[in-house]
Design a protein around this ligand. Structure first.
Ligand SMILES: Nc1ncnc2c1ncn2[C@@H]1O[C@H](COP(=O)(O)OP(=O)(O)OP(=O)(O)O)[C@@H](O)[C@H]1O
Ligand SMILES: [Mg+2]
Length: 246
């Protein structure tokens, strides 16, 4: 709520996220959309607790990130493109390692490993070192790693980046199944046509501010645009004019 992040680097002050408030209910996929630098990744990192907000707070399942970081982390699976893999481990070793970190017993860990290696098609390279994997293969391992503890909240930062058509479809199917299980999903993506299909509601970010929020029909009537792409190209830069507080 009222999440704000100000960065100071190289003598410059950047207001990356500006009093951002939104809520996601169980079973809902929320699309956090915005141009490069709009503040999407910064927002997700503050929710998980990787970055401390300058002001405001994030709350997950009744726990504030700043006050109960462990409770929050155990409830979140975050997929981020910048997340590095442990290059010298194999996907099997890596996934079992994270299952252990999350406190899964051996039997549950093995079942999770089997489930996700099948779901994300990891079997062909599960015993190769992560360093030798292609971008898309690494991303699949990243996804499995973030979800191995079956968290109720998924934060997906460009989850389909680097994935081919089949890999992307696996993600969308997974999000659909996660919604049915009552998980809350926040996804940031530049693939607006796909976001349109699987997100229930959207928040349009422009320079850290939430310019519009709602379902697709609500956004259509608010902006006069038919597609998210059109909203992006037309209304967001216009909305942003004169709004820059930084
Ligand atoms: N560690 C940092 N230090 C200084 N500025 C930062 C830092 N991290 C992000 N920023 C700035 O904050 C703003 C928001 O960045 P952020 O990564 O959240 O954008 P984004 O919406 O995820 O963009 P993209 O679509 O390119 O991933 C940008 O202006 C960025 O340069
Ligand atoms: Mg980003």
């Amino acid at each position: 709520m009222e999440l704000t992040k100000r960065f100071s680097s190289g003598g410059q002050d950047v207001l990356a996220v500006d009093r951002l408030s939104f809520a996601v209910v169980p079973g809902e996929a929320y699309g956090l959309l915005g141009a490069n630098g709009a503040g999407k990744t910064t927002t997700l990192r503050m929710i998980l607790g990787l970055l401390e907000p300058t002001s405001g707070y994030a709350e997950v399942d009744g726990f504030r990130t700043s006050e109960s970081p462990d409770e929050v982390k155990s409830r979140i699976g975050m997929v981020s493109t910048s997340a590095g893999l442990y290059q010298w481990l194999t996907p099997r070793e890596l996934l079992l390692f994270f299952a252990d970190v999350y406190g899964l017993d051996d039997d549950t860990a093995q079942k999770s490993l089997d489930r996700f290696s099948q779901l994300f098609d990891l079997t062909p390279f599960i015993d190769r070192r992560c360093a030798s994997l292609s971008t898309g293969q690494k991303q699949r391992v990243n996804l499995a790693r973030s979800m191995i503890h079956d968290p109720p909240v998924l934060l997906l930062d460009e989850p389909t980046r680097g994935l081919d058509v089949v890999g992307s479809k696996v993600i969308f199917d997974y999000i659909a199944a996660a919604k049915k299980q009552g998980k809350s999903v926040i996804v940031s993506t530049h693939r607006l046509d796909e976001a349109e299909r699987f997100c229930d509601r959207f928040g349009l970010l422009h320079r850290g501010r939430l310019m519009h929020e709602g379902t697709l029909p609500e956004l259509q009537s608010a902006t006069g645009c038919t597609s998210l792409t059109e909203m992006f190209l037309q209304s967001m830069p216009l909305c942003g004019q004169g709004e820059d507080a930084a």
